[in-house]
Design a protein around this ligand. Structure first.
Ligand code: COA
Length: 189
């Protein structure tokens, strides 16, 4: 119940009963919401479960990103539990560069491109379309904010996955984040 914090808890007894009833119904359903600093621990647990040790973002860098662009973290929640997330800063760069991972302050709220720093679904919930749901949510949101498009980097095996959502492979990225060979991909609206 503590995770149910989208609605202010009322003070009267009857109102509280109704609040807890509504909360229990609400919590059973899957929904996507933006994040805040209280999500840090759950967020970090998924990051660690989904990315190899040298590749997962540190707690410090996740916390800075949450502080600077919380409205660009989308969390897939069911029953108060975090199943997966997608997040990234907004930038005027049409592709991601290494510095963006290092300096959350490069976020430009009015920028042209929504980036994707991380898409992750907890291992036990994969292959149920949850990753797709997060990408589709991000696309709708970026369109509603009149961005030029979405930019991301990924490893070669995931190129076909992102192509299903309209992303194009732009070839090898200049990004050397964590010493991996990345591909730049973008979806232009
Ligand atoms: C990528 C990821 C978010 C997909 O989440 P999901 O909820 O399972 O995604 P969906 O159910 O929408 O789609 C599943 C598809 O993912 C693709 N996929 C996932 N991981 C893959 C991989 N390592 N190699 C190739 N394809 C992969 C497949 O196309 C799969 O389709 P299939 O069911 O036909 O095999 C999830 O596998 C994950 O968290 N991986 C670890 C973190 C990561 O690599 N994130 C991407 C960073 S760019």
């Amino acid at each position: 119940m503590t995770k149910y914090r989208n609605i202010k808890q009322p003070s009267g007894y009857k109102q509280q009963l109704s609040y807890f009833w509504t909360a229990s119904i609400f919590n059973r359903y899957m929904h996507i919401r933006t994040a805040d600093i209280q999500d840090l621990a759950a967020f970090e647990a998924i990051e660690e479960a989904c990315f190899p040790p040298g590749e997962a973002a540190s707690r410090d860098s996740l916390s800075k990103r949450l502080e600077i662009f919380p409205d660009h973290f989308w969390l897939l929640i069911q029953g108060g539990q975090l199943l997966g997330f997608i997040n990234g800063m907004v930038t005027d760069n049409p592709t991601i560069i290494d510095d963006m991972f290092l300096h959350a302050g490069l976020h430009r709220e009015a920028g042209k491109w929504q980036s994707v720093f991380g898409l992750a679904v907890a291992p036990q919930y994969r292959k149920k379309g949850y990753g797709a749901r997060l990408i589709e949510h991000l696309i709708l949101h970026a369109k509603s904010q009149k961005r030029a498009g979405i930019t991301l980097t990924c490893k070669a095996p995931l190129i076909h996955y992102y192509q299903k959502f309209g992303f194009h492979d732009l070839g090898l990225s200049a990004c050397t984040h964590r010493g991996v060979l990345w591909h730049d991909m973008s979806a232009l609206f």
